[in-house]
Design a protein around this ligand. Sequence first.
Ligand code: HEC
Length: 151
Amino acid sequence: MNFRKLGLAALLAGGVAFAGNAWADAHSFSPQIQHRVAVMKVIGGDIGAIAKVAKGEAEYSPALVERAKRMDLLSKTVLVLFPQGSEGRRSKAEIWSDWAGFEKAANAFTAATPALVSAVESGDKGQIGAALGAVGKSCGGCHKPFRKPKE
Ligand code: HEC
């Protein structure tokens, strides 16, 4: 794994996130927690925009390819968003007590995103839907064991 690249990606993700809207929501939490929630919200926004096209609720646009690519990039930064000692908010302690499991869940996400990029590039709704399903499964594959329910 290329850590310099990862660091850059995390930096980029931070830039994107702070330009976004997530600051206000979590401002009472540590910077690490604010950062990861912001990045997750960017990911959520991107998957939501792509899902709208798959569901026929929005027109296809080539700009969605950039969203899919951003998700692919951000998926590779997930592990660095959860440094040791940054427990809190909705992150379960199991993230750090079962780091190997958490890593596996993050890798499953990263493994699913290239197919989404190709599908969005194709512009084919069926393909986009199928790839989205796989990516969505990987979100749940981590949230279920590692994220606390909303309070
Ligand atoms: C490897 C684990 C992992 C993967 C994969 C993952 N997430 Fe998350 N996500 C988390 C954790 C943990 C939190 C809670 C962070 C916190 O509060 O500290 C979170 C929080 C979020 C939030 C913020 C909501 C909130 O209020 O907590 C959104 C939105 C989100 N994830 C969307 C997604 C989407 C969409 C995907 C897949 C495309 C995804 N996540 C993939 C672990 C993951």
